[in-house]
Design a binder for this molecule. Structure first.
Ligand code: RB5
Length: 149
């Protein structure tokens, strides 16, 4: 499994922890930055990771900012991205199963590193259930199509 990852300055420390964790599990990680705690704009990173995931260069994405909010809002503007901001493992599991979320968003200032790694593992291990949920995912795409003409 190939994972695209990115953050702004508010998520830099957690991104580094997550990369180490994923590489220890022998997962391939593509790092879209940012590469220091110097201030930067989270929409730039959200766009890069979002496009990479939608273009199927990586299987799933992980985005981190201070709260996880700005970077998930920005990523969800890329058609085909379903970014889910999770601060607990139940949501991380459910959003893969029900929403077929393709990007996990985390807030470094919200969750500690231990919980964040559990959320990451839960997200990566869960699978979309399809069936009745597919119809709803398709309706999300219809909303995108309506406004992307
Ligand atoms: C950066 O200070 C902060 O605004 C950003 O990381 C994020 O929390 C935005 O939603």
């Amino acid at each position: 499994m190939k994972i695209a990852i990115g953050c702004d300055h508010g998520g830099f420390q957690l991104k580094q922890e997550i990369i180490k964790h994923l590489e220890n599990k022998n997962l391939e990680v593509k790092d879209f930055g940012t590469y220091s705690e110097e201030s930067c704009d989270y929409p730039d990173i959200a766009l890069a990771v979002g496009e990479n995931v939608v273009n199927k260069e990586c299987d799933l994405g992980i985005l981190i900012c201070g709260t996880g909010i700005g970077i998930s809002i920005a990523a969800n503007k890329v058609p085909g991205v379903r970014a889910a901001l999770c601060s607990d493992t139940f949501s991380a599991h459910a959003t893969r199963q029900h929403n077929n979320a393709n990007i996990l968003a985390l807030g470094q200032r919200v969750v500690g590193p231990g919980l964040a790694l559990d959320i990451v593992d839960t997200f990566l291990d869960a699978h979309f259930e399809g069936d009745r949920h597919l119809k709803r995912i398709n309706k999300i795409s219809e909303i995108e199509n309506k406004y992307n003409k």
